[in-house]
Design a protein around this ligand. Structure first.
Ligand code: GN1
Ligand code: CA
Length: 126
């Protein structure tokens, strides 16, 4: 009980924190995992909004934690589970050029599939 409330967050809510720096997807996974977290993986409109609030401040895009590296066109969480929420820009995901297996959230909050080698703001989810 106490552990749940000590950090001031209501039970069940996530905390999103950014390093303020831009990295490739694999680097972001490493950074977040080393902090005991995962790369931001919004599962609702409210969680998407919380991440967008950070992007608005930084005026940058961020990587989300989901990829379709295993099966093209099937984006999954790091656990392998399929998406329960999405907010794709119109026309996305398009796997442009054949190598877009990661997801960029742009400052508007919409999603676009992009190469995992691009560099975007790192936001971790605790
Ligand atoms: C970008 O620049 P272009 O059109 O080749 C983007 C894609 C988007 C597309 C949307 C590497 O591709 O992910 O789907 O715009 N890729 C890169 O028009 O910027
Ligand atoms: Ca795309």
């Amino acid at each position: 009980f106490f552990l749940v409330y000590l950090n001031g967050q209501a039970h069940g809510k996530k905390i999103y924190k950014t390093t303020g720096t831009e990295h490739s997807f694999d680097e972001a996974v490493d950074i977040c995992n080393k902090a005991g977290a995962i790369v931001a993986s919004p599962k609702s409109k409210a969680e998407n909004q919380a991440i967008q609030d950070i992007l608005s401040r930084y005026k940058k895009s961020a990587f989300l934690g989901m990829t379709d590296r295993k099966t093209e066109g099937k984006f999954v969480y790091q656990t392998g589970e399929p998406l329960v929420y999405s907010n794709w820009k119109s026309g996305e995901p398009n796997n442009k050029g054949g190598g877009e297996n990661c997801i960029e959230m742009v400052p508007s909050g919409k999603w676009n599939d992009m190469p995992c080698e691009e560099s975007f703001l790192t936001i971790c989810e605790f």
